[in-house]
Design a protein around this ligand. Structure first.
Ligand SMILES: Nc1ncnc2c1ncn2[C@@H]1O[C@H](COP(=O)(O)OP(=O)(O)OP(=O)(O)O)[C@@H](O)[C@H]1O
Ligand SMILES: [Mg+2]
Length: 232
């Protein structure tokens, strides 16, 4: 296993409000790690800081051995991180095709690779429709497709199941599993839906009030411990 993403002693503040405390973890090149935690514990703050969207006060983020700490988020995308934000944030007035192309502006090739439509046939059917006309689940697939076309080494997803119907959540989990197997990238995701995280991830970290308080592999994970942190 090659260590692909390494986060060490990351501290993030909003003004004087200390929000992430000494976050540290490592992701192998084909690992999938789920950061579990209830509302407001700091999941988005942690992921945005790794992406360079929010500044960190101290700590290091390394991708494949390269320190990213001083890079802007677009440079981190070039280096191999891709981000699917909470709430998806697709462009409602752009078509599906145009939305996907916004993920590949820094690549020489400006053609959507065929595997995107193989994995998400519904995006092919709807490729000329505006993003805003898609259902929540379809928009999530679109946001994932937009992230994938930058050919990431690590795909980062912030609460991908939020606002999505249970039947589509299952489909989404299957798609992510297959994509990871075939394209061989690592996944870092945040979640509150444990069943989805168990389906997609092989490692778990529990975040509570800004601290990683528990970490384990899927086979060894103590469900009661995790569930206790998810209940308010
Ligand atoms: N822009 C901001 N300025 C100040 N405080 C913020 C800001 N954004 C978030 N916070 C606070 O930081 C803490 C962590 O928020 P964050 O959004 O990272 O949590 P989360 O785990 O992603 O929650 P959710 O599950 O609701 O998405 C919360 O107390 C939140 O109120
Ligand atoms: Mg969040």
């Amino acid at each position: 296993m090659i260590s692909m993403l390494n986060v060490s002693d990351l501290n993030v503040f909003y003004g004087e409000s200390h929000t992430i405390y000494d976050a540290s973890f490592t992701l192998g090149d084909t690992d999938a790690l789920a950061v579990i935690g209830r509302n407001g514990v700091g999941k988005t703050t942690l992921l945005k800081s790794i992406m360079g969207i929010l500044p960190s006060r101290s700590g290091t983020v390394r991708l494949n051995g390269t320190v990213l700490s001083n890079l802007q988020s677009y440079e981190r995308v070039r280096a191999g991180l891709a981000f699917v934000p909470q709430g998806r944030l697709i462009f409602p007035y752009l078509t599906v095709e145009e939305n996907i192309l916004t993920g590949m502006t820094h690549l020489a090739k400006q053609q959507i690779p065929e595997y995107i439509y193989t994995f998400f046939p519904v995006l092919k059917e709807m490729r000329r429709r505006r993003g805003g006309n898609l259902s929540g689940g379809q928009q999530q697939m679109l946001a994932i497709a937009r992230a994938l076309v930058s050919e990431p080494k690590v795909l980062i997803l912030d609460e991908p199941t939020e606002g999505i119907q249970p039947s589509i959540i299952k489909e989404l989990a299957q798609s992510l599993k297959k994509l990871r197997q075939e394209l061989k990238f690592a996944i870092l995701l945040s979640e509150q839906v444990l069943s989805f995280a168990l389906e997609v991830a092989d490692k778990f970290a529990v975040l509570d009030r800004g601290r990683v308080v528990y970490e384990n592999e899927r086979a060894k994970v103590d469900m009661d411990t995790i569930k206790a942190f998810l209940t308010v």
